[in-house]
Design a protein around this ligand. Sequence first.
Ligand SMILES: Cc1ncc(COP(=O)(O)O)c(C=O)c1O
Length: 395
Amino acid sequence: MNEGMIPADLPLRNDLISEEPYGAPQIDVPVCLNVNENPYPPSHAVVRSIEKRIREIAPTLNRYPDREHMELRQAFVDYLAKESQASLTTDQVWGANGSNEIMLQIFQAFGGPGRAALGCDPTYSMYPEYARDTFTQWHTAPRNADFTLDVDRTIEAIRAIEPSIVMLTSPNNPTGTALPMTDLKRILDFCQNARVAGAADGVHPIVVVDEAYIEFRDPGTPSAATLVNTYANLAVSRTMSKAFAFAGARVGYVAASAGIINCLRIVRMPYHLSAVTQATALAGFDHTDDQLAQVGHLRELREQTAQWLREQTYKGEPLEVAPSQSNFLMFGGHFDDRGMIFDEMLRRGVLIRVVGPDGWLRVCMGTDDEMARFREALTASMRAVEEQTNQANQQ
Ligand SMILES: Cc1ncc(COP(=O)(O)O)c(C=O)c1O
């Protein structure tokens, strides 16, 4: 059977018929800059720690793992204290297989039939999927033209839609935009008294801040995790996949009030986090500085690349670049057929991403060599598409 083909006689849920599995293309090309990974592999010391920790737990694999993953939760607490100066306890953190699973658990616990969730477009394309999979209605409020959050419209949408979950993303994907604390606090304050459709009086929405890329923010910018002790309605989702350079380990976590964590514990699969995953994550936390060693460099590279992009032109107009606090840049703004630029790049061995509003493309920061290849390929691709357009216009 062809990959993706679903026999018509299978009782697939009606709302899933003709849906496609989500995911960026996994294509074997020399330069992969499409899924916002950290391009630097774990150090030898990290690899040795992983080997050691897995060797230690291997003889116990006949037993289920610690379902409450207490040692790992302590490591999340220590990391959040060090990285974000957030003072939390183990009952305020919770881990899962990637922050994707954290957010799915949030939708399973707080969404569901009769419930709604609100995000601010353009944003991460998985949110509507969590909503679909949990029968939660998905709504969006538009961002400002510069991709910052339109706080007034967002609050207006919360008032009108009465969601149980408000999804905010900082830095946002695909735009890279950070959410200022003053804006976040306005939304948190409003949600403390807002109504939730389909719930009893006195029930209020939770606000989820997806901080998958937070370690790439400008130094000195606070994380929403520092507000967890102040706002019982806040959940801050984090991941080891991006700055922490551990995408293959599949570890995400959330910082929130103990009440919110207890709700997630109701919907989690039994033993959702394998002993191997827990051991691998702990090995990563044994070497936090190694894992984060390239973050400063990637941040500098982002600024240099943004500057370079702004100096390039396409069809006579300079490229636009959305200001980013992340490890990727959304650029272009007027690629009238962005698919053609993407294809030309791919032909030259550089994979980027067609995502976000029309006219834009996204690239994540690779190694210095990869970024040199990106610059070469983009210049050549833009010239090639301009040429093709000129020829088509002359015919
Ligand atoms: C905004 C955002 N949140 C969450 C994730 C999921 O990350 P993971 O499941 O690897 O933790 C991604 C992945 O690209 C993302 O861009």
